[in-house]
Design a protein around this ligand. Sequence first.
Ligand SMILES: Nc1ncnc2c1ncn2[C@@H]1O[C@H](COP(=O)(O)OP(=O)(O)O)[C@@H](O)[C@H]1O
Ligand SMILES: [Mg+2]
Length: 238
Amino acid sequence: MFNRKKNKTKFATRPQPVSLISLLDSRSNITEQYRTIRTNVQFASSSDHPIKSIVVTSAGPSEGKSTTAANLAVVFAKSGQKVLLVDADMRKPTVWRSFKLNNEQGLSTLLVSANDVTQAIQKTVIEELDILTSGPKPPNPSELLGSKRKDEVLLQLNYLYDIIIMDMPPVVTVTDAQIMASKADGTILVTRENMSDKTDLIKAKELLDIAHARILGVVYNCVANTKERNDYYGAFAK
Ligand SMILES: Nc1ncnc2c1ncn2[C@@H]1O[C@H](COP(=O)(O)OP(=O)(O)O)[C@@H](O)[C@H]1O
Ligand SMILES: [Mg+2]
């Protein structure tokens, strides 16, 4: 049903895409910025409106959704919470490559089966961080994400994890992020310096509003750094 062969070929030929700085360098200024995002999410969470499931999206491609989602998942896990990173970008999945995991099983296979969620979830080098990769590319990602089965899966994941971070496709291009944002407790919108288009950004906000997404904030990715800022934040990095 799915094109497994194509996925495997890409694994062999494509370069490593997403840097996992928070995993590799916990003292860097950039890791500290991801911790700040974590803290802001925690402040936005209350007993009335707890934030367990978080959608990460952007207006367009390559703005840093996967980078943000992966690093955020790492810093949440390092704070001791049980975290699941879900690659819900079944169109251009990258999480399996970034974490060097197998992608034969994942979200797509889970959504078309009655399997227990734990069968598709993989462990990582970080004790508290598990990953649900995208699975082989399905022909109909939006339909799978809009299915009743997706609700069952989310319910099970909510029971098993403190935080579920979902890496999504761009919200302006396809409906997947809108579908998931309407179910999630919060949405983070990633923008990238010198790349994000203002009109697209406004459109992204409109689309998320239509989906009744709770936008937690905007991540301004890839901002040019200065030495002063590095030194300042470096002093507080653990
Ligand atoms: N802050 C950053 N600094 C340097 N490179 C980045 C940064 N954010 C993203 N990238 C790189 O840009 C490319 C696209 O990022 P990615 O997170 O995969 O975007 P998206 O998931 O939105 O398509 C990747 O090669 C990634 O490593
Ligand atoms: Mg991505």
